[in-house]
Design a protein around this ligand. Structure first.
Ligand code: BG6
Length: 491
């Protein structure tokens, strides 16, 4: 089965931070793959912008190096690499001064009817100055798009200040705030599962669902990002954005249409319905942990070289949603680094049958669970009770109804597109459905701030957990207190 590819309109994509990590690791490879798939029209250009004094050829060489580093050799087809590189140019711009802006304007001149997108792939402190200069340089067309990515502030106040800079220069409909989790295949499939099937929606509420578990476990540590991470921690780095977005998509009401504002309005309502976690309940609703070294592997303290760091590398929260659909059904979310394996999934655990007709000898009737796996092995599994096959009488066993997309759809061996491929093409198409609106980010910070404040004023340090484990003991306790348990973290 081959995915259907609809070419996008001709565009100029200007990547500020064109020599940086995000451009090299994610954007150039994503654009290359879209070119390989035939989605880029002949008249699609990529303009790298950075402070380095490079010729366009030197930048193209760097782009080729990036492709070689982050794309398997088998996918690098000479003809496509050549075509792709031919789309790339480079302009040296000092974003904190007026240097280089005229050259950028000259390169864009006469192409005002093409889609124009400015991707700010650099530190947020540059967002405001760049937006102002973009406006001042006259290169912004009525349909231009500006793409930004986290960290969008480190608390509500700093987010508001950053957002004010963006919205001072651009209207909301120009702004595309990326949360790359929204570009993941299975995250979009969650919406298809819920709203394109009549099967689940009638059961999708507190009457039938006991609880929901959202896990984003990573096996890697901070990977050279210690300076950023030690200030951020897992709550800001993962929960404020990715995990809350997953929670919103799982919990939201059906939008009237699959339309950017309809979807985002529903997510916003969920964020606004989250019960606060603050100094009054942080002990019973939030757990933070920090990985310790094991078997010679470094712990977090050694990784970041800060002996007294109280930064959390693991968070587990019990989240209640105060609305008719979810009242009484908690959402437990957890995320952490250096855990047993890399696994992201949403598990919807249904309530027990009201009464079991089977004798004790048949074994326990387990709750049904619907598991939506984001990575690895994207797919959906429904855990059911069935009769153990064979003679031996009525014995119940749990069996998975398994739809791993790669095998069920006959696309084994086919690469799942990276989230950035989808999201960058959505920017070009002008579809912000999978991007966060300003009020969503604001509502997420408004909910996160009291947790941060409670941790700052509390005396408890993050609980240590062994690298390679499932997280700290207290996370297990969070569930045990409610008579529940986490699913195993196993890939
Ligand atoms: C990023 C975080 O947003 O998401 C990283 O800053 C984290 O710390 C990453 O490793 C996880 O993304 P993925 O797509 O690998 O699950």
């Amino acid at each position: 089965m081959v995915a259907r590819v609809v070419p996008v309109a001709p565009f100029d994509l200007v990547v500020f931070g064109g020599t940086g990590d995000l451009a090299r690791r994610k954007l150039l490879p994503a654009l290359y793959y879209r070119d390989l798939a035939g989605q880029l029209p002949d008249d699609a250009r990529i303009i790298g912008v950075a402070r380095s004094d490079l010729s366009a050829d030197a930048y193209r060489e760097r782009a080729v190096e990036a492709l070689k580093s982050f794309i398997p050799a088998a996918d690098l087809k000479d003809a496509c690499v050549k075509r792709f590189i031919g789309r790339i140019s480079y302009v040296r711009v000092d974003v904190s001064s007026t240097d280089g802006w005229d050259a950028l304007a000259a390169l864009l001149k006469g192409r005002e009817d093409r889609v124009r997108a400015f991707y700010l792939a650099l530190e947020p402190r540059f967002f405001g100055p760049i937006c102002e200069r973009l406006k001042a340089s006259g290169i912004v067309t009525p349909t231009s798009r500006v793409v930004v990515e986290k960290p969008l502030g480190d608390q509500l106040a700093s987010y508001r200040a950053l957002n004010a800079q963006l919205t001072h220069a651009f209207d909301e409909h120009h702004l595309y705030r990326i949360d790359h989790y929204l570009g993941k295949e299975t995250v979009q499939n969650l919406m298809a599962l819920r709203f394109a099937n009549a099967l689940f929606e009638p059961l999708w509420n507190a009457r039938h669902i006991d609880h929901v578990q959202i896990t984003v476990a990573e096996s890697v540590g901070v990977e050279g990002r210690g300076a950023y991470y030690d200030h951020a921690g897992a709550l800001r780095d993962m929960v404020q954005n990715h995990l809350l977005q997953l929670l919103c998509l799982t919990a939201m009401e059906p939008p009237g249409k699959f339309d950017p504002d309809d979807v985002r309005n529903e997510k916003l309502k969920v964020l606004r319905a989250l019960e606060p976690i603050d100094g009054s309940n942080v002990e019973s609703h939030a757990v933070r942990g920090q990985y310790a070294g094991r078997n010679g592997a470094a712990g977090y303290i050694e990784d970041v070289g800060a002996n007294d760091s109280t930064t959390e590398t693991f968070v587990a929260l019990k989240v209640n949603i105060a609305n008719w659909r979810w009242s009484g059904t908690p959402f437990y979310v957890r995320t952490g680094k250096r855990l047993r394996s890399r696994l992201s999934e949403i598990a919807v655990i249904f309530k027990d049958v009201p009464h079991s007709i089977f004798p004790a000898a048949a074994g326990a009737v387990r709750e049904n669970a619907l598991i939506i796996r984001l990575q690895p092995h994207e797919g959906i599994t429904l855990l059911m009770n069935i009769k153990d096959p064979g003679p031996g009488g009525m014995r119940l066993i749990e069996a998975p109804l398994d739809m791993t997309f790669a095998s069920s759809l006959g696309i084994k061996g086919l690469r799942m597109p990276d989230a950035y491929e989808r999201l960058v093409m959505d920017v070009i198409r002008g579809d912000p459905t999978l991007f966060m609106r300003g009020d969503e980010v604001e509502a997420a910070w408004a909910w996160i701030d009291p947790i941060l404040a409670a941790w700052e004023t509390g005396h408890r340090r993050p609980q240590l957990y062994d690298a390679g484990s499932s997280g700290p003991e207290d996370a297990l306790r969070l569930m045990h207190m409610d008579g529940r348990r986490w699913l195993e973290i196993e890939a």
